[in-house]
Ligand binder design. Structure first.
Ligand code: MG
Length: 390
């Protein structure tokens, strides 16, 4: 029996993870659940799965949870302390990091220190502190198993192959809902349009990131850390059907691909079952019904965010932190109707320029990462205000 803790249990990935637990009641048990503000759903999950410990982001949310009622055996906490208590609870074997944003950074590092296997769905954690995370995992001998579908595919294709055999990682991108839109029309994109993803059903921030191709940019950075492969050997190909989840090119020219249904239960189950393979919780992929599979170059001119992510990865070690923070500020402003869609990369570029010129932009500790993140968010708010006043 593997005991799972889920950070972000009420979100889209968290609920898929619980569906995987439901499919394997003899192999998986829930030991901890953490969520943001959704007290009602967490109360229902605690009632059903009876974890040892639960946590919510704030004391107010915790009070709401207690009003909804909690089984007597379930300990409850809140804030950073509560999240870390869930991630490090002695009963936990595997921690699924699936909360959005960067709140889970400290908790993920604490889980590594406590020797927990990490199933990683939160790419911001590696974008902000990939070096620190991977070093801690190596030191502690803890596996980090990717749940992000592309990285999960690459993990499967690599299959413990010697690094010298690997020429290149090839991440597939759906291209988002505006793949075929001309530049002029992109200026009119509304938040509602950006939230309609063609192939995956996900939370709002990552859906907007998919529409700008920043999601793929963050995934390139994520891949650099997960697989220890430099930016020059990580490429992106647009594949609108999202059937091929990613590929690995070997030294002899062979391309290995992983294909599967577009359902997050599959990569989540892979991370929970690894190194075993368990029966699928859904029907297999019927290739004859998939229709043609297409591949094309990303349109860098209409979607500059991907290029900005490569720039951040090739620059000073702190620039991915700056990129990520500026992107979060810009996406939030777009979702609130305060920023036009093409202004998202404009804000990020302005903050990256400022970050590259900033001395000591090389964080070597979590505190340094947090400070750089704070600076970039403030600088991002200034850039948003500047563009609004134009
Ligand atoms: Mg992905």
């Amino acid at each position: 029996m593997k005991h799972i803790a889920i950070l972000g249990s009420t979100g889209s990935i968290g609920r898929s993870a619980l569906a995987v637990v439901d499919a394997h009641p003899d192999r998986l048990a829930v030991a901890g659940l953490a969520a943001g503000a959704n007290a009602e759903r967490l109360a229902a999950q605690a009632e059903r799965y009876r974890p040892a410990v639960v946590s919510l982001a704030s004391a107010d949310a915790l009070a709401a949870l207690r009003r909804h009622g909690l089984p007597e055996t379930v300990a409850a906490g809140c804030g950073a302390e509560g999240l870390t208590a869930v991630a490090t609870h002695p009963a936990v074997d595997v921690v699924l990091c699936a909360s959005s944003g960067t709140a889970a950074l400290e908790a993920a590092l604490a889980a590594i220190d406590a020797g927990k296997t990490i199933a990683l769905a939160n790419k911001e954690v590696l974008v902000m502190a990939g070096d620190l995370m991977m070093a801690a995992a190596r030191r502690r001998g803890v596996p980090i198993l990717p749940v992000d579908s592309e990285h999960n595919a690459i993990h499967q294709c690599l299959d413990r192959r010697p690094p010298a055999e690997v020429a290149r990682l090839l991440l597939t991108a759906s291209g988002g809902p505006f793949r075929e839109w001309p530049a002029a029309r992109l200026r009119t994109v509304t938040p509602e349009e950006a939230l309609r993803h063609p192939t995956w059903s996900m939370g709002p921030k990552i859906t907007v990131d998919s529409a700008t191709l920043m999601n793929k940019g963050l995934e390139v950075i994520e891949a650099r850390w997960l697989f220890d492969v430099p930016a020059d050997r990580i490429d992106v190909v647009v594949h609108p059907q999202s059937i091929v989840h990613s590929l690995v090119e070997l030294r002899d020219g062979s391309l290995l691909a992983q294909l599967g249904a577009t359902d997050m239960r599959l990569p989540i189950q892979y991370a929970f079952s690894y190194p075993e393979r368990w029966e699928a919780p859904l029907p297999g992929l019927d290739l004859a019904r998939c229709g043609p599979l297409a591949f094309e170059e990303p349109a860098h001119d209409r979607f500059p965010c991907l290029g900005l992510a490569y720039r951040a990865l090739r620059g000073e070690p702190g620039l991915p932190v700056v990129l990520n923070a500026a992107n979060e500020v810009a996406v939030a402003a777009f979702l609130e109707g305060r920023l036009a869609f093409p202004a998202i990369p404009a804000v990020i570029e302005e903050v990256l320029d400022a970050g590259a010129a900033r001395p000591a932009a090389v964080p070597d500790s979590l505190a340094g990462v947090r400070e750089l993140d704070r600076w970039a968010r403030e600088r991002g708010a200034t850039a948003v205000a500047g563009i609004q006043s134009m």
